[in-house]
Structures are given as structure tokens and as C-alpha cells.
Write a protein that binds this ligand. Structure first.
Ligand SMILES: Nc1nc2c(c(=O)[nH]1)N=C([C@H](O)[C@H](O)COP(=O)(O)OP(=O)(O)OP(=O)(O)O)CN2
Ligand SMILES: [Zn+2]
Length: 130
């Protein structure tokens, strides 16, 4: 049987959906109002998979949150996301960037990053899964 542990955390950030190499009309056509500067209260769900240790946990929730705080929240809270990532800052692309940041960190703690869910609004999210 496989065991998973999940935490969720929040951060607030601004972005605009624009492809840098495209004309304004293209961006407006692709992204509509989202090509204008706006912000989100992002919610990130992080799930790791691992074996249950002698202490009864695969990894203490506290440690999972420490990793997410260090790698994601400290970097992406209250920023303009377009300034930090080269890709168009959709939830899909942000998830890919976050996955790379978290994957190695969890391997060092002997668990495997299994799933990343990023909610951009209350009812819209993107999921990456190993
Ligand atoms: N697949 C994706 N679609 C959209 C993304 C995305 O990252 N991936 N992002 C956006 C925008 O960032 C936008 O801010 C969110 O759009 P929307 O769901 O329309 O949010 P609203 O709160 O404005 O929703 P309403 O239902 O219109 O109130 C768009 N799409
Ligand atoms: Zn947006």
C-alpha cells in the first residue's frame, strides 16, 4: 500500500498573461482580461509519498511545510510573477517551475513529490502528478 501526506499553503501574487514575443492583439485574443495586470490568492497543495517511518510518519507535516515555505512561499509571495519566471505565468507553467524547485528538496528528505495542485481561484486549479 502506498502512503501519501498532503499540506496546503497560500501566497498572494500578481501576474499578467502575456507571451512576450506576441503582439498585443494576439495576447488579448489568447488571454482576454487576463492579459491585464491582476492578482490571485494562490493556494498550493503538495502531496508527498513515502514509507511510514519508526515515528509513524512518512514525513512530519511541519517539515513538508518548511520545504514549501522555503522554496515557494518565500520566493513567490507578494511578487510580480512575470519578473521571476521566463514562461507565460499560467498556473500550468507555475506548477512546472514549482515542481522542479520541490522535487530535489523532498528527495533529500527520503520522500517523493507525488502531486502538486495550484489553485488560482476558488474553483480553478492545475494538477501535476508523477
Ligand atoms: N488553463 C488555464 N486557464 C487560465 C489560467 C491558467 O493559468 N490556466 N489563468 C487565467 C487567469 O490568470 C485568470 O486570472 C483566471 O481566470 P478566471 O478563471 O476567468 O478567473 P475569474 O476569477 O476572473 O473568474 P470569473 O468566473 O470570470 O469571475 C485564465 N485562464
Ligand atoms: Zn490570473
Amino acid at each position: 500500500m502506498k502512503v501519501y501526506a498532503t499540506i496546503d499553503m497560500n501566497f498572494e501574487a500578481a501576474h499578467k498573461l502575456v507571451a512576450k514575443d506576441k503582439a498585443d492583439e494576439v495576447n488579448l485574443n489568447w488571454y482576454g482580461k487576463c492579459s491585464n495586470l491582476h492578482g490571485h490568492n494562490y493556494k498550493i497543495f503538495v502531496t508527498v509519498q513515502g514509507d511510514i517511518q519508526e515515528n509513524g510518519m512518512i514525513l512530519n507535516f511541519v517539515k513538508i511545510k518548511d520545504v514549501v515555505r522555503e522554496k515557494i512561499i518565500k520566493v513567490y509571495d507578494h511578487v510580480m510573477i512575470n519578473d521571476l519566471i521566463d514562461e507565460i505565468p499560467t498556473a500550468e507553467n507555475m506548477c512546472l517551475v514549482f515542481w522542479k524547485l520541490l522535487d530535489d528538496a523532498f528527495l533529500d528528505l527520503n520522500v517523493s513529490l507525488y502531486e502538486l495542485k495550484l489553485y488560482e481561484t476558488e474553483n480553478s486549479c492545475v494538477t501535476l502528478r508523477r
